[in-house]
Design a binder for this molecule. Structure first.
Ligand code: ZN
Length: 409
């Protein structure tokens, strides 16, 4: 039985009730480590006492009794005293009895720091920085005695402090994606609080062709959130003179150090300000991992483009019909020059339709993979995009207007 190891451990290392109980944290239900450690010591004492009654006092039993007393077990100290022996406890080998008696003091410190924080929060996560020699000693014992039922001291501290803070402030403790992260440094007692970012999933539409730099409603975001900064993470992108119509392009707005955390439906109106030339449709708050997901998935979006193009030579309806046949689920290879190296990127054009608007002006509807360079695909870029519309039609084709009509993600 693994509790038998408890006596062997105490013979070598004096441990307080917390630190002994923590080694057997997986045993017993509804017990705190303190109660568990105390119960193990009580049980060990009763076993020793029974043997003393039955077998008489031996050196082995006396030494075990002394080991219990040295670890601070009061009933063992009393029993020894009744036998005429005075044994004083020594500080716990792991925590030095300098950690668990300060839980209330530290919890109050954390509560005060949180209460004076000038930022809204609904959930928090609590962590501790524990001196490395404490962690080393704890590991030393579990390794030496092959203990598999132990809980780490950090976990016990986080839980015990979290419980106190949570019940005083009436806010839940959250392991994942909390509003703030509080860290207590056990050796200095210092409390640091990090305000965690918010992530808003949106889709943006650009209804007008813009020239130059696009102005995003960052200032509005900063004002609404009373935030230090904001980062836009868009799933792919396009030139500013490309209109983004239909359902718009997915984008996650990361709000840095928000002082306020409004409900998502409070954002829709302020962020739909038309003066930016960008309309944001606010969808929901999301996890941090959505940023990576939105970026990674953008290459596999299915995008429908409308491209108005000027042709350098005669294009017939028949040529457009055969172009339609040719670009049906067709792979297109784009050669990209990145820092002197040539990289190849493969995209798929799913469907393409062309319509003659007037002599020398053709409108194309192109449904393709999100990573296709649309202008390059129309123009051919002198062989860098292969096959291309210009290449297959064997005339010069120059895109003049590009619109995104829909993005399926
Ligand atoms: Zn201890």
């Amino acid at each position: 039985m693994s509790i038998d190891k408890a006596m062997a451990i105490l013979r070598k290392y004096p441990l307080c009730d917390h630190c002994l109980g923590r080694l057997f944290a997986r045993l017993g239900f509804g017990l705190s480590n303190y109660e568990r450690g105390r119960a193990i010591k009580d049980y060990l004492l009763m076993r020793i006492h029974e043997r003393i009654i039955n077998e008489g006092l031996s050196d082995e039993l006396l030494n075990d009794l002394k080991a219990l007393a040295i670890s601070g077990h009061e009933p063992s100290i009393s029993l020894l005293k009744s036998m005429g022996m005075d044994v004083s406890p020594v500080p716990c080998y792991v925590c030095g009895n300098a950690i668990f008696n300060r839980l209330d003091e530290w919890a109050n410190k954390i509560i005060n720091a949180m209460a004076s924080l000038r930022a809204e929060f609904r959930t928090f996560k609590l962590g501790t920085r524990v001196p490395s020699d404490v962690l080393r000693k704890e590991l030393e014992i579990t390794t030496e005695f092959g203990i598999t039922s132990a809980e780490s001291i950090k976990r016990e501290l986080n839980r015990e402090l979290g419980k106190r803070v949570s019940s005083t402030l009436g806010i839940p403790f959250s392991r994942e994606e909390p509003d703030i992260e509080v860290v207590l440094d056990v050796s200095t007692g210092a409390v640091t609080i990090q305000i965690m970012p918010l992530y808003i999933l949106t889709r943006y539409r650009r209804e007008r062709r813009l020239t130059g730099k696009v102005k995003w409603p960052i200032d509005d975001v900063l004002k609404i959130y009373d935030a230090r900064g904001a980062i836009l993470h868009s799933g792919g992108g396009e030139a500013s003179d490309v209109r983004v119509l239909g359902n718009g392009r997915p984008m996650v707005i990361q709000v840095i150090e928000p002082g306020k955390r409004p409900l998502i439906n409070e954002l829709n109106q302020p962020l739909r300000d038309d003066s930016y030339g960008i309309a944001l449709n606010v969808l929901s708050y999301v996890r941090a991992s959505t940023v990576r997901k939105v970026k990674a998935e953008s290459r596999n979006y299915v995008i429908t483009y409308r491209v108005l193009a000027v042709t350098g030579g005669q294009v017939t309806d028949e040529a457009l019909r055969s172009l339609h046949e040719y670009f049906r689920n067709r792979q297109v290879v784009q050669r990209l020059r990145v820092r002197g190296r040539v990289k190849k990127r493969v995209s798929i054009v799913y469907e393409l339709d062309g319509k003659i608007i007037s002599n020398g002006l053709v409108e194309f509807l192109i449904r393709c993979q999100g990573n296709l360079n649309i202008r390059g695909f129309v123009h051919g870029y002198f062989g860098d995009v292969e096959p291309s519309i210009a290449g297959v039609l064997a005339v010069e084709v120059r895109p003049v207007e590009v619109d995104i009509l829909n993005i399926s993600d």
